[in-house]
Design a protein around this ligand. Structure first.
Ligand SMILES: [Zn+2]
Length: 239
């Protein structure tokens, strides 16, 4: 079995591992920034689709208005021609020429309108699909954010509890052992102690722990793993 000092150190190690886990989980929440950036990019894309729709829809409205104005103009010229007020052949010819010109313009407008209607229908479909996607993405992000906030609050509470426990857990541990532990922890990803498993391997790196190391542990000596250099904690094969 481990010495009393090592048992205390193991307790401290458990707290430190807990703090490390909390930090890792908190760092994972940073993924939210990426999700937010992706949502912003998609929002900009939808804005672009919206602008394209308004442009082509605007053209459709302009062409339809232009045709309406042409119809009104032709109607008013016909009223003049058939109202009996215009009698001069030259004037009649001029009006007829004007009507021809207006009809030609209307025909050009109509040709363009055929493709514009197609484009409007296509653009409208794209916009509706993009807006639907945006809503789904926004809802999903908002849901993630809500859950992340709750989880973050939990992590903060856990962090507070663990850090409050730490000074008492560190108290009474041999200062040399504590300094060794802290130095190892700093060099090896925050983990300074590793359990010797039932199979007599280092739990952190899986390396076989030599019998002579177990003997040294039994003699209350501080033994580190040959491979990962962490302080070995032996429960006497209990776990
Ligand atoms: Zn190891």
């Amino acid at each position: 079995m481990a010495s009393a000092d090592l048992m205390k150190l193991y307790q401290l190690h458990r707290i430190d591992v807990g703090i490390l886990e909390v930090r890792k989980k908190a760092a994972a929440l940073e993924a939210g920034k990426k999700l937010q950036a992706e949502l912003q990019t998609f929002t900009n894309h939808v804005k672009g689709v919206e602008t394209a729709f308004h442009k082509i829809h605007g053209e459709q409205k302009d062409l339809e208005l232009s045709n309406q104005q042409i119809d009104d103009k032709i109607k008013s010229i016909n009223n003049l021609l058939f109202g009996g007020k215009v009698t001069s052949p030259k004037e009649v010819e001029a009006y007829e020429h004007q009507i021809k010109g207006l009809q030609a313009q209307k025909s050009t407008n109509e040709d363009r309108l055929v493709s514009v209607w197609d484009e409007v229908a296509k653009s409208d479909g794209e916009l509706k699909a993009a807006q639907k996607d945006l809503k789904a993405k926004t809802d999903s992000f908002e849901d993630w954010k809500k859950r992340a906030m709750t989880f973050k609050a939990q992590l903060e509470a856990d962090y507070k509890t663990l850090t409050a426990k730490r000074p008492a857990a560190a108290q009474g541990i041999n200062p040399t052992l504590l300094a060794t532990y802290d130095a190892i922890r700093q060099r090896h990803g925050g983990i300074g102690v590793s359990l010797v498993t039932k199979q007599q391997t280092c739990e952190e790196c899986g390396t076989k722990v030599a019998d002579k190391s177990i003997e040294s542990i039994k003699d209350d000596r501080t033994v580190t793993c040959e491979e990962c250099h962490r302080i070995l904690y032996w429960t006497g094969g209990l776990v």
